[in-house]
Design a protein around this ligand. Structure first.
Ligand code: GLA
Length: 409
């Protein structure tokens, strides 16, 4: 576990800035060392954690995420004019690898790994008619990679923000998020919803976003309480099945909705699902029950947040987890253990609520914790999780942070 220290609290804006400043310094230094000239542009895009509303962004539902104060940063500069090179040279600090994207030939899906996200975004801009200049870039991140906190969306959105700067082609923010989502669909082969890219683009400091995934409108939900913090616990497990399982859940939701004879989950009630039970397969029935109940829970949670009814928020988080575990079947042993530990600490010990977050099958849980008990809660969760699973988790606190932005240009 990364030991939590009150001075590292990201609720303190000064500290929040120093985290990103430190990373900015790392990527610019590496850029200078590698390419022998200074970076002229630096951009940042955050990861996200979803408080409630899971697996319903692709089902016309509502989600309630916040942008994390953990970012993917890119430092870049165009190739010097005389070099005449039509390619992009990339270096990733985390992966310690270099990659090249050729710009003088069509960019097609096919590559795997982190460059596929970059290629997807570049291809999206080319389709919009942008001329991409050759450039060098160094990428860095203080967001756990592959931990279900949308590091891939942060990479896509950071790259799109960089391309806007380099080409002068600025997109509307929703257009930019949708371009990044298409990159993920086409180049990474993940048929994701809009939550991750929207959160990374639209994140606002000290606010949650209630995203209506049908209208794509965002309602701001202030999260100014200085008594409550968001704890993210990375189980440090990632089950291999996640890719195919995600697409399968999407397909099951689709076939279930078709059998319910409806075009949107927003028109379906729990009674409708019960009445249609005989016509649905058991998995279709369970997926439907999750979708309909999770939409309702998310609406209720946003209301409870606004009135700071923490008791209600906590109950909704736990029942969301139960539904994801039993009906949507995307949890796993380690995530269940983390939520059980959090719930056994309970409100007396400082935990308001806890649940798995993101796509599932590993990754992270999100918990709301009383500030005064932050240290004891993260220590207890870490100790008990490690003794039950033999795995060391990684805990950190975050406040809602600012979405994608340009640090230097
Ligand atoms: C992944 C996807 C999102 C969303 C979540 C589950 O993070 O990228 O679009 O579907 O899973 O809520």
């Amino acid at each position: 576990m990364q030991k939590y220290h009150p001075l590292m609290s990201s609720s303190d804006r000064k500290i929040d800035h120093s985290l990103i400043d430190l990373l900015a310094e790392k990527v610019t230094q590496e850029f200078g060392r590698r390419f022998g000239r200074p970076a002229t542009v630096i951009v940042a895009a955050p990861g996200r954690v979803n408080l409630i509303g899971e697996h319903i962004d692709y089902n016309d539902g509502f989600v309630l995420p916040l942008a994390l104060d953990r970012y993917v940063l890119i430092a870049a500069d165009r190739h010097p004019a005389e070099s005449n090179r039509s390619s992009i040279q990339l270096f990733s600090l985390e992966m310690a690898t270099s990659e090249t994207v050729q710009l003088d030939q069509p960019i097609e899906p096919g590559n795997t790994g982190w460059t596929s996200y970059v290629e997807g975004v570049i291809a999206g801009f080319v389709e919009l008619g942008a001329t991409i200049p050759g450039f060098d870039a160094v990428l860095g991140s203080n967001l756990p990679l592959g931990g279900g906190l949308s590091s891939s969306a942060a990479l896509e959105v950071a790259m799109a923000t960089l391309v806007e700067q380099l080409t002068g082609k600025s997109l509307e923010r929703d257009e930019k998020a949708l371009l990044c989502q298409r990159a993920e669909h086409r180049f990474a082969g993940v048929p994701c919803g809009i939550m991750d890219q929207f959160s990374s683009v639209f994140g606002i400091a000290d606010e949650l976003m209630l995203i209506d995934c049908r209208s794509q409108e965002i309602e701001r939900v202030p999260f100014c309480s200085r008594e409550i913090s968001v704890l993210i616990t990375n189980s440090n497990v990632r089950h291999e099945l996640s890719g195919g399982e995600y697409a399968q859940r999407r397909a099951q939701c689709h076939s279930s909705l078709t059998k319910l004879n409806q075009s949107s989950w927003r028109n379906v009630s729990l009674d409708d699902v019960e009445r249609a039970r005989a016509a649905l397969t058991e998995p279709e029935f369970r997926r439907a029950r999750h979708v309909v109940s999770e939409i309702q829970r998310t609406i209720e949670a946003a209301l409870a947040f606004r009135s700071e009814d923490w008791d209600a928020v906590g109950k909704l988080m736990y029942s969301s987890h139960d539904s994801l575990r039993d009906d949507f079947e995307v949890s796993c042993y380690e995530l269940d253990i983390l939520v059980e530990i959090a719930s056994s600490i309970g409100s007396a010990g400082g935990v308001i609520g806890s649940r798995m977050t993101g796509g599932g099958f590993g990754g992270c849980t999100v918990s709301l914790v009383n500030n005064e008990q932050m240290e004891s809660v993260s220590a207890l969760i870490s100790e008990q999780y490690e003794s039950k699973t033999g795995i060391t988790p990684h805990c950190f606190f975050s406040r809602p942070a600012r979405g994608a932005h340009v640090i230097r240009k």
